[in-house]
Design a protein around this ligand. Structure first.
Ligand SMILES: Nc1nc2c(c(=O)[nH]1)N[C@H]1C(S)=C(S)[C@@H](COP(=O)(O)OP(=O)(O)OC[C@H]3O[C@@H](n4cnc5c(=O)[nH]c(N)nc54)[C@H](O)[C@@H]3O)O[C@H]1N2
Ligand SMILES: Nc1nc2c(c(=O)[nH]1)N[C@H]1C(S)=C(S)[C@@H](COP(=O)(O)OP(=O)(O)OC[C@H]3O[C@@H](n4cnc5c(=O)[nH]c(N)nc54)[C@H](O)[C@@H]3O)O[C@H]1N2
Ligand code: SF4
Ligand SMILES: [Mo]
Length: 907
């Protein structure tokens, strides 16, 4: 029986609504929810492939206890698992005090999960050692909003994108990281010929393609740019003195500071032209509605708070906020980064945007929870938390829904800290993450499609998340695990004052308690309930009791949640990046997102087609920097600094300026033989937000002489088979100086290994690789060996199709073979080409381009449909192309029109 359940996408902070289709108790499809205000039916590639990630494969299914770290765990019952965890935590707390334990959680948890974790630490145990991966993500944006506007509240909404006259995008790449927001930018561009778009990014990104003005500033120089723009706004009389006088304080001091940010000085610091700077300031100052979008390029910096402060100044100085199409709009990264902030689930926050440092706020929270007090001492923020694990100050850590052995900076230090920790609990949905290696206890959590609760997206919109199917194996909901553990721990600690803290039997009771904490606060949601959200749809906070609708836009009356009701200008100065470039480490390594992968890839990395855009870890560099080092695209390099190194393939990218290199943050030990970018990134943090400078590291890049390439491409009958083979292929990563594994293709996916060695593999090594990939039979084999040139290649043919290819010594054909094998395009007569030394496919092989990335439809399929008389609408029906994010519709329309013209021309 088919069914559809309304829920949300579990990836980015756009917070799109989805309809999950189930058939006979299994998730069978997903589509955008046409009624959801965030996306109105659209989805990006990640959202549109969510159903392909459902199911038990790769999941953690049972609690496991490890007698020795890194070894296979023993399956244990939930009771035994949670009892042993409660024993260890109780004992540690008794011996060393409450601050000897910590929780490291995630912006991907539901608000309800987050709430109980926070209450467990601050209410039951009495420690503020609860921090989250949002420290790596949004904490500078939070601190920036609080310093200037007085509260952590993004004042804008998605409708502002369509109402804007200027969209000023700095340090964000929404075309990749917030694709549905980018669709709104494209819509705005199409609807408004006067719209101006400025993109500020040291890299010419996919987003920069849509810009009228692109400013390729030097990394870390945003404050100089924004101060320079304010200088020009003041000089040219483009500031709104009435707004400044009525609604702000501190303008004079900042005006004084920006006097020295002359166009010449700023152009020099930022590495851009004075004319471009002047143009940006003029567009901003003269715009009737200027909207800023920003994200990690500003946040992940050792001066991230002041990056956003100086950007917000531009809006305060021109009165560009609290009105349609205007305001500083921080895009949130994770699906519930906002919810975590709302429940105060961080080391320096308390429920409902209260501050830990404020005694009144602490008393309010203690009263709400019915306990004598909440601890005053600030907890450890992410970087310090792991340092304290290493020093022994914190002995036991509970990690949930995040993978610090991939995502934290300075991996050598993080892994050492996890190794040193006395006790590590990991609450995870998937098996085998990098962090799992260090866990003493693994607790299986339910995941997307199984979970329930609420989440808040970038525009303060709260949505219900509903389950479509039951969790696999013995996996439990995150809130359930926490509540069960908390009750056991309360028992063991034996404090009668805290015995009543966890009475919940369902997430709704948790939501209702959280709702009460917001009464009278800036994010008041006392007018909302599960019933309300389910019947009337998602709503934007604040939504106080008695309200008829949510609040689209904040600060429309010019009053701010500060003691005097005024927003504040804060004196801020340009600062260099924490780590300077030097002769020894002359390249700035920048890391960030790829369109089709999500962080450590536990979920997206199981879907073959999500590799079709980028299927091998690559470091991008400027052509001149490459030439300078004698490098060509495809060479293998070592990227190193005193913290660590990574060995990776290099690709030329003209969109980067000299002295910069780019590496997606997704690739790590699961897909290559090093922890990836975070092997190199430093833990320098912002003094206010404690957010680390993940966007910059000074590195050196040198060519590695690995002249002996190895490539294996093996076709699988199903995705499940490919996932199992991929898991096995990981064992090969450690045996080569360079190695990467991945998936590719669609319904008959490939598993691919690429490696490089100093010298040829001997026959035993080749045989071991062949065996692992199931290429060790002689049946159907085609061999090519050239002993003199140390080349050895093998292909296996089954039923007239290429089943697998292993190339060693020379592997040029792999670049076209992957598509030919995945698409089954290699005619039996052409199979021998698989062993030919050519980067180009045989001429008679059709080359195809994927036009609709979401539905995975190629130009060849579209041409075939056109030849059969289809039009756009009928192809949308049959092939589903252009029905998800919509970005390919113009291209399909063009193909339809071109076909019609061709048809019309008589031959
Ligand atoms: N596909 C995909 N989407 C995602 C995610 C994902 O994993 N995959 N993750 C989600 C999460 S949690 C987050 S936080 C967001 C992140 O979303 P974004 O912040 O938009 O993405 P990033 O690629 O991390 O970084 C954005 C840009 O900052 C630029 N940058 C680097 N240094 C500087 C600088 O000094 N100044 C300026 N102005 N720019 C700089 C980089 O070149 C990069 O293009 O994405 C969310 N969406
Ligand atoms: N160098 C560099 N490093 C970065 C960044 C960067 O740009 N550059 N970006 C940073 C940013 S912005 C972020 S947000 C972080 C993200 O870093 P992480 O939080 O480490 O990334 P994820 O891979 O999303 O980790 C989430 C984990 O939770 C698991 N999981 C999924 N659903 C559930 C669930 O419902 N319950 C439980 N218990 N587990 C679940 C997943 O399998 C996964 O292992 O990375 C940061 N690190
Ligand atoms: S933009 Fe894509 S990843 Fe983000 S919530 Fe929407 S569908 Fe999910
Ligand atoms: Mo993030």
């Amino acid at each position: 029986m088919k069914n559809e359940v309304k829920s949300t996408c579990c990836y980015c902070g756009v917070g799109c609504g989805v309809l999950i289709e189930t058939e006979n108790g299994k998730i069978s499809g997903v589509r955008g929810d046409p009624d959801h205000p965030a996306n109105r039916g659209r989805l990006c590639t990640k959202g549109a492939t969510l159903h392909l990630t459902a199911g038990p494969s790769g999941r953690l299914l049972f609690p496991e206890r490890r007698l020795q770290r890194g070894q296979t765990g023993q399956r244990v019952a939930w009771d035994a698992a949670l009892e042993s965890a409660a024993d260890r935590f109780a004992e540690t707390i008794r011996r060393y005090g409450p601050d000897s334990v910590a929780f490291y959680i995630s912006g991907q948890l539901m608000t309800e999960d987050y709430y109980v974790f926070n209450k467990l630490a601050k209410g039951l145990i009495g420690t503020n050692n609860v921090d989250t991966n949002s420290r790596l993500c949004m904490s500078s944006a939070v601190a920036g909003y609080k310093q200037t506007l007085g509260a952590d509240a993004p004042p804008c909404c998605y409708a502002d994108i369509l109402a804007a006259q200027l969209i000023f995008i700095s340090g964000a790449n929404p075309a990749v990281a917030h694709p549905i927001v980018f669709r709104y930018i494209e819509d705005a561009r199409a609807a408004n010929p006067d719209l101006k778009i400025i993109v500020v990014d040291p890299r010419r990104t996919e987003t920069a393609e849509i810009a009228d003005l692109y400013l390729p500033i030097n990394p870390g120089t945003d404050i100089a740019l924004f101060n320079g723009m304010l200088h020009l706004l003041i000089r040219d009389g483009l500031v709104d003195h009435t707004y400044i006088a009525a609604h702000t304080t501190g303008f004079e001091a900042v005006a004084e500071i920006v006097k020295t940010y002359t166009p010449a000085a700023v152009a020099r610091i930022c590495g851009i032209s004075e004319l471009d700077l002047i143009q940006a300031a003029e567009w901003f100052g003269k715009s009737t509605a200027a909207l800023s979008l920003y994200c990690q390029g500003l946040n992940q910096s050792a001066h991230g708070t002041h990056n956003s402060v100086s950007l917000i100044h531009l809006h305060l100085a021109t009165g560009q906020l609290g009105k349609p199409g205007a305001g500083p709009f921080s895009l949130t990264g994770q699906p519930n980064a906002m919810g975590g902030r709302e429940v105060g689930g961080m080391a320096n926050l308390l429920s409902a945007h209260r501050d830990l440092g404020n005694p009144e706020h602490r008393a309010e929270v203690a009263a709400l929870w019915g306990i004598p007090d909440v601890p005053a001492k600030p907890g450890k923020t992410a970087v310090d938390l792991f340092k304290s694990l290493d020093s022994g100050e914190i002995k036991a850590v509970w990690i949930a829904c995040t993978n610090p052995a991939h995502s934290m900076p300075n991996q050598a230090a993080i892994r050492k800290a996890l190794h040193t920790a006395e006790y590590v609990v990991l609450q995870e949905a998937y098996a085998g993450t990098d962090t799992a290696e260090f866990a003493d206890l693994l607790l299986p959590a339910s995941a997307w499609g199984e979970k329930h609760g609420t989440v808040t997206n970038s525009e303060r919109c709260i949505s219900r998340v509903l389950p479509a199917v039951a969790a696999p194996g013995e996996a439990r909901h995150d809130w359930e695990i926490v509540v069960d553990f908390a009750r056991r721990l309360a028992n063991k600690l034996g404090n009668p004052a805290t015995a009543h803290l966890f009475p919940y039997t369902n997430p709704e009771e948790i939501f209702n308690e959280h709702r009460e904490t917001t009464r009278g606060r800036d994010l008041d949601i006392t007018g909302l309930s599960y019933g309300h959200l389910e019947t009337r749809g998602s709503q934007q906070w604040p939504y106080p009791d008695g309200a008829q609708a949510g609040t689209q836009r904040l600060y429309e009356d010019g009053r701010f949640p500060t003691p005097d009701g005024r927003a504040r200008f804060v004196p801020v100065q340009h600062q260099a990046t924490a780590e300077a470039l030097s002769n020894e480490f002359p390249i700035s390594l920048i890391s960030g997102r790829m369109r089709d992968q999500w962080h450590g890839m536990t979920r997206t990395g199981t879907v073959p087609r999500l590799f079709n855009l980028d299927d091998e870890p690559e470091l991008a560099m400027h052509p001149c920097d490459m030439r300078h080092r004698g490098l060509a695209s495809g060479d293998i390099v070592k990227v190193a600094n005193p913290r660590g190194e990574m060995v990776v393939r290099i690709a030329e990218r003209a969109g980067l300026k000299r002295g910069r290199a780019w590496m997606p943050m997704h690739w790590g030990s699961q897909f290559m033989n090093s922890p990836g970018a975070n092997a190199l990134v430093s833990e320098a943090t912002d003094p206010y937000s404690k957010q680390p400078e993940l966007k910059h590291a000074a590195v050196r890049i040198d060519k590695l002489d690995l002249p002996y390439p190895v490539a294996v491409l093996r076709r699988c009958a199903s995705t499940d088979e490919a996932r199992a083979l991929l898991a096995e292929a990981r064992s090969l990563l450690s045996i080569f100086p360079y190695a990467a594994v991945g998936l590719y293709g669609r319904s008959a996916p490939l598993v691919i290994l690429r490696a490089a060695e100093h010298g040829p593999l001997d026959s035993a090594q080749l045989a071991a690789v062949d065996r692992l990939f199931g290429l060790d039979s002689t049946e159907g084999e085609i061999l090519y060996a050239d002993a003199k040139r140390q080349i050895n290649k093998k292909a296996i043919v089954r039923d007239g199709r290429l089943f697998g290819v292993r190339l060693a010594g020379e592997a040029l054909a792999q670049s076209w073979l992957k598509q030919a094998m995945a698409e089954d395009e290699l005619d039996p007569s052409l199979i021998r080409f698989a062993l030919a030394p050519s980067e180009r496919p045989p001429v008679s092989m059709p080359s195809r381009n994927i036009i609709c990335k979401c539905a995975d439809v190629s130009d060849v399929q579209i041409q075939q449909a056109l030849a059969q008389g289809s039009d756009l609408a009928s192809m949308q029906q049959t092939l589903k192309c252009g029905t998800f994010c919509g970005s390919c519709v113009p291209e399909i329309k063009r193909m339809v029109a071109e076909y019609a013209t061709k048809e019309a021309v008589p031959v």
